[in-house]
Design a protein around this ligand. Structure first.
Ligand code: TYD
Length: 234
């Protein structure tokens, strides 16, 4: 497979056209950003740890019948994916209160949310990803009611699989974000499932095992990403 023209360069990933119809290459770069890009750095190996964990989870989920864009890894940082029509939603599943939920609402950090909560934000950095509701999603024509129902169902299914898998490793899945795309009439999980897009707490020590280490200068981000990816992928 040949990598062709750069189609899109986001904050931490680049997307390339390929010579295979219907397939793209996503490159996981070593950039790391937080606070809407207000904090940014380049950290060697960061891209490959997130690529490895994303590939692992996509393959894991596929085994349970969850449809994802994952095709294969080309090398440590480059993933071949199905070319989807991406839906500009950030679909967040929360098992425990943390992050923006605690900042914006009177939840105490670490409160268990039972059942899990699904929150959907509009993927638009210029508007700081405002929270949506079903009516706004419908009025903006972002997804049909049937698609939205499917997206929420898949997000909760992914949550059950990831919670169970991570619990075996003594890791609490606090929350995570998914993005979805259309391939024909089918809805696929796209983007990434990595330490950048999940909030993970060590069950024993309570320490953060995700991008919060970077957001809040809690320690050596790369050492953390390395340890977590070893724990998850081996
Ligand atoms: P959230 O608490 O809403 O935001 P913040 O990161 O500002 O505390 O995040 C919930 C989860 O979703 C968290 O695991 C990070 C992930 N997420 C992203 O990956 N990208 C995003 O743009 C947002 C808003 C969240």
């Amino acid at each position: 497979m040949k990598q062709q023209k750069l189609l899109q360069s986001g904050k931490v990933k680049s997307v390339y056209r390929t010579d295979t119809p219907g397939q793209l290459i996503i490159e996981f770069r070593d950039d790391i950003t937080a606070f809407d890009g207000g904090k940014k750095d380049v950290l060697a190996d960061k891209g490959r740890f997130n690529a490895e964990v994303s590939a692992f989870f996509f393959e894991y989920l596929e085994k349970y019948g969850v449809k994802t864009h994952f095709v294969k890894m080309l090398d440590e940082k480059r993933m071949v994916v199905r070319d989807l029509q991406m839906i500009p939603l950030e679909v967040i599943v929360r098992n425990f209160a943390a992050g923006s939920l605690v900042r914006n609402y009177p939840f105490k950090e670490g409160t268990k949310l039972n059942p899990p909560i699904v929150v959907i934000d509009y993927k638009d950095d210029s508007r700081h990803d405002p929270m949506l509701n079903d009516e706004i999603i419908g009025a903006l024509g972002l997804a049909t009611p049937a698609e939205l129902k499917k997206i929420k169902k898949i997000a909760l299914e992914v949550n059950s699989h990831l919670v169970r898998f991570l619990a075996e490793l003594d890791i609490t899945l606090v929350d995570f974000k998914l993005e979805f795309g259309r391939g024909g009439k089918t809805i696929y999980v796209g983007d990434e499932i990595s330490m950048d897009s999940m909030r993970l707490w060590d069950k024993t020590t309570g320490e953060s095992l995700d991008k919060d280490v970077y957001r809040f200068d809690k320690g050596d981000v790369i050492a953390t990403y390395n340890r977590v990816s070893r724990r998850i992928c081996t």
